[in-house]
Design a protein around this ligand. Structure first.
Ligand code: AMP
Length: 270
């Protein structure tokens, strides 16, 4: 496994490589990341994993500062998986060039996290654009846990580059909680509560087919869930998988959830 610390080392290592798979991460690797990496290892000639906590996608400096960092154990995991290349850039390597035209999210895409986290997806798309330009991967592996991110990045990157975005299923723990690096900021009891919340959301999704006014039903549920689980829900919305428009039926749709729990912001979809 080669560790690449700057763009010269990166260019040298990528020379002549074909069918390259890329897994972008912010580190603190868990089985969710590992499933993406394994898919890349299975389907590509070489796999490059990046670990970079991208400052520009945080709308809150505290959130950026407390984001978990576990470089040592991450490298051990990657070595064990027999990943070919690991890219650990510094901010200056990624942001050395100033962008001529600012990234803008369409008005119709300003929903869910794009509405609630100002500048977040602009930061995500910017960094993905920069990564894709320098790495030129054939495939980029991304998780469905961050569904809106996957949707927006796919739209942007596949229009501009030849790289294909490969979507990968959400990996959950045995209580049904979606794995997330941010789970490291919670204790065991809190994770058990989140397991109960996940089961509750699944049961809500099941009864939605019988409800006449889904939007109103969900806003009532938000109040109930906030109280029961001591959380603060930002949104709980039923939307079409394709295009993320509001949906009136569970057919080809997902229930999207964002909430704060113990000052940790979490997202999931069901
Ligand atoms: P992050 O390190 O949180 O930026 O995530 C890096 C990649 O891993 C993104 O494409 C995420 O969607 C994906 N990912 C994170 N958690 C999971 C999960 N539980 N299941 C599948 N993919 C995930």
């Amino acid at each position: 496994m080669k560790i690449l610390l700057n763009n010269n080392e990166l260019n040298e290592a990528l020379y002549g490589v074909s069918n390259l798979g890329f897994v972008p991460t912010m580190g603190s690797l868990h089985n969710g990341h590992i499933s993406l990496i394994k898919k890349s290892l299975r389907t590509c000639n070489k796999t490059i994993v990046s670990i970079f906590i991208n400052p520009t996608q945080f709308d809150n400096n505290q959130d950026y500062k407390k984001y978990p960092k576990n470089y040592k154990s991450d490298l051990l995991i990657l070595k064990k998986l027999k990943v070919d290349l690991v890219y650990l850039p510094k901010k200056k390597h990624i942001y050395e060039k100033i962008r001529a035209k600012k990234i803008k999210i369409n008005k119709k895409d300003k929903i869910m996290c794009a509405k609630n986290r100002k500048g977040h997806f602009e930061g995500v798309i910017d960094v993905m654009d920069r990564f894709t330009k320098i790495i030129k991967p054939n495939k980029i592996f991304m998780g469905e846990k961050d569904f809106q991110q996957l949707h927006l990045v796919k739209k942007y990157i596949e229009k501009k580059y030849k790289s294909k975005i490969v979507s990968c299923k959400t990996i959950r723990n045995r209580n049904g909680v979606a794995l997330s690096s941010r789970n490291l900021l919670l204790n065991n009891n809190q994770l058990i509560t989140l397991g109960k919340l996940s089961r509750k959301i699944y049961s809500i999704k099941k009864v939605l087919t019988k409800k006449k006014n889904i939007k109103r039903y969900l806003s009532n549920k938000i109040r109930e869930l906030n109280k029961t689980y001591n959380i603060k829900i930002e949104y709980l919305e039923l939307r079409k998988i394709d295009g993320l428009k509001r949906s009136n039926s569970t057919k080809k749709s997902k229930l999207f959830l964002a909430y704060n729990f113990n000052r940790v912001r979490l997202i999931d979809n069901f």
